[in-house]
Write a protein that binds this ligand. Structure first.
Ligand code: NAD
Ligand code: MG
Length: 383
């Protein structure tokens, strides 16, 4: 199988390459992409020898292209090249592992082209859930979720008609038990120090605010075609139970493993077969306890904002996503206090009315408008 990894230099990208390297007989790396880290991408190309590499954030550069060519890889430049490699007739599988709205166009293109789409880029579904699911149906694409919770639900689904609800687990992040009044002063380094997972910076901050779980509720709504009322969130600090499905007979089915993204990635790569992931097996008797608690809405206001955007529908989730990306960037750059992330998102949703999300143009227009409004909110909070 020929595989394109969009976002190859990131956390999901490197875990994917780790699994692929264990199964050279099954998977050939067809294309690898990064935003602009040419050095890191070249290092991956030396090992994995893809036909194409893409630097999505750079203009054409002859010297760079020659460096890649000397390793047998053709280097492409610009965001359009992501769609080119993901839809190439020789590519079978696209791992959508770009972070944020930047991953939407290539994910949508891969779905439309009927590829198997391994979906880590949850923001694509948050922004354009109905459009992406329709593109997959019309293109006869298979979307296999990589996000650990959705991958767990996918694994636990035996009779979709008989599902009563799904339960998404959340670790609660690094500030689950911190005094509420201490949250104003937390630093990006503290927010990115996740207790159970090692991830990219944006999703780490999302986990600390629990916006990550809010985005995942929206993601689940479209992936599994369930109403918001049938999607519940519980905090499970050990990150061993990755999510659960409850059926009409009262059975709850869960998927358990050590918190290692290679498990859902290997499942998505091998589906419907199972392949080795390299993850440590779970030692049940070494586990002291598995606990579950309800999220505290005062500590995690972003969760409610996400449910509200989902209820509002149309472009509201795209507005929520864009405002969150702007607020998280500002927090990571030291321009916004941690506790103001939710404020910026709420103010943006107040300032920009949601519209119909009839096509990609409408979604991208909402994204742009929300980014402008959110940037103004960040300045207002900082003033
Ligand atoms: P990361 O920051 O580690 O990597 C992001 C990748 O995307 C990099 O290769 C980067 O070069 C590329 N990229 C960034 N901006 C880009 C742009 N504008 N254009 C093109 N490429 C760009 O992120 P990550 O933690 O690997 O997360 C990737 C996606 O997977 C996110 O949507 C995240 O929510 C999701 N996800 C991650 C994890 C995890 O454990 N890391 C778990 C579940 C879901
Ligand atoms: Mg997740």
């Amino acid at each position: 199988m020929n595989l394109a990894i969009l976002g190859a230099t990131g956390s999901i990208g490197s875990s994917t390459l780790d699994v692929v390297a264990r199964h050279r007989d099954r998977y050939q790396v067809f294309a690898l992409s990064a935003q602009n880290s040419a050095e890191a991408l070249l290092a991956l190309c030396r090992v994995h020898r893809p036909r194409y590499a893409v630097l999505a954030g750079l203009r054409p550069d002859a010297k760079l292209a020659a460096d890649f060519r000397s390793h047998g890889t053709e280097l492409l430049f610009g965001a359009e090249a992501l769609e080119q490699v993901a839809t190439d007739s020789r590519c079978d599988v696209a791992m959508a592992a770009i972070v944020g709205a930047a991953g939407l166009a290539s994910t949508l293109a891969a779905a439309r082209a009927g590829k198997r789409v391994l979906l880590a880029n949850k923001e694509a579904l948050v922004m354009a859930g109905p459009l992406l699911m329709r593109a997959a149906r019309e293109g006869a694409a298979t979307i296999v979720p990589v996000d650990s919770e959705h991958n767990a639900v996918f694994q636990c689904l035996s009779d979709a008609k008989a599902v009563r609800r799904i339960v998404l687990t959340a670790s609660g992040g690094p500030f689950r038990a911190a005094p509420l009044e201490s949250l104003d002063a937390v630093t990006p380094a503290q927010a990115c120090a996740h207790p159970t997972w090692v991830m990219g910076r944006k999703i780490s901050v999302d986990s600390a605010t629990m916006m990550n779980k809010g985005l995942e509720v929206i993601e689940a709504r479209w992936l599994f075609d369930l109403p918001a009322a049938a999607i519940e969130v519980v905090i499970h600090p050990q990150s061993i139970v990755h999510s659960l499905v409850e059926y009409v007979d009262g059975s709850l089915i869960a998927q358990l493993s050590n918190p290692d993204m290679r498990v859902p990635i290997a499942y998505a790569l091998g589906y419907p077969e199972r392949i080795a992931s390299g993850a440590q097996p779970l030692d049940l008797t070494a586990m002291k306890q598995l606990t579950f608690e309800r999220p505290d809405e005062r500590r995690f206001p972003c969760l409610r904002l996400a449910y509200r955007a989902l209820e509002r529908g149309g472009t509201a989730p795209a507005l929520l996503n864009a405002a969150n990306e702007v607020a998280v960037d500002a927090f990571l750059a030291g321009r916004l206090p941690f506790t103001s992330i939710a404020r910026v998102i709420a103010d943006t949703l107040e300032a920009v009315p949601a519209a119909e999300a009839s096509d990609l143009g409408a979604v991208m227009a909402a994204d742009r408008e929300a980014r402008r409004a959110a940037a103004a909110c960040v300045l207002a909070v900082a003033a």
